[in-house]
Design a protein around this ligand. Structure first.
Ligand SMILES: [Zn+2]
Length: 214
């Protein structure tokens, strides 16, 4: 099972990644994580990437592809992987295709977890964080209580900046702009699986598994 994972902010992409990863026993590879990892390990590519980031520039595609190649060649990817965070442009998608071709991999699928934007805004807007312990609750979970169920702090709930409507709308817009061309690219190849992410976590997962088993 070789998957590319796409999901707008707020659709529970991380949760689905975790479930799929344990279900199929394949690693969830976030490109942000592996980039940090190679920088920490100071591999050749890690050193190069660090130099570039220290100059305040973005890590170029060829270095990112190199880092992904090293990661996908590790033993735990033999049965598959979930790649998260790449590609973000059509050019990157073409480069990734080349790499996968080199590796004799042709059965890639792109999972696109989507949701209605107004629904995402509503969902995130309905969350409150506790400023004492950091736990996040839905309004439904705390009802009209002013006491945190996790740490018993009083009057500690607040709406995080990340959960405010204008911030969410901006992030969704950036996401849409970044991913539109990539989705189109994979749709042309018939490799996109789209699932609505706003259901109950288990239901979304069931739906995903059903489609993947086809
Ligand atoms: Zn708390």
């Amino acid at each position: 099972m070789r998957l590319l994972l796409f999901g707008a902010p707020g659709v529970g992409k991380g949760t689905q990644a975790k479930l799929l990863s344990s279900k199929f026993n394949i690693p969830h590879i976030s490109t942000g994580d592996i980039l940090r990892q190679v920088v920490k390990e100071q591999t050749d590519l890690g050193k190069k990437a660090q130099e570039i980031m220290n100059r305040g520039e973005l890590v170029p595609d060829d270095i990112m592809i190199g880092i992904i190649k090293e990661r996908l060649n590790k033993n735990d990817c033999k049965n598959g992987f979930i790649l998260d965070g790449f590609p973000r442009t059509e050019k990157q998608a073409i480069e990734l295709d080349k790499l996968l071709y080199e590796m004799n991999i042709s059965d890639i699928k792109l999972i696109n977890i989507f949701a209605d934007e107004d629904e995402i805004v509503k969902r995130l807007n309905n969350r409150r964080a506790c400023k004492e312990c950091g736990h996040i609750f839905t309004l439904n979970e705390i009802k009209n209580s002013d006491t945190c169920p996790a740490c018993n702090a009083k009057n500690s709930f607040y709406l995080r900046d990340d959960d405010k409507e204008e911030v969410i709308r901006k992030r969704l817009e950036v996401f849409r702009q970044n991913t539109e061309s990539v989705l189109k690219y994979y749709k042309k190849q018939g490799k996109v699986i789209s699932v609505n992410g706003l259901g109950v976590i288990e239901e979304v997962n069931k739906e995903l598994l059903k489609i993947l088993r086809k």
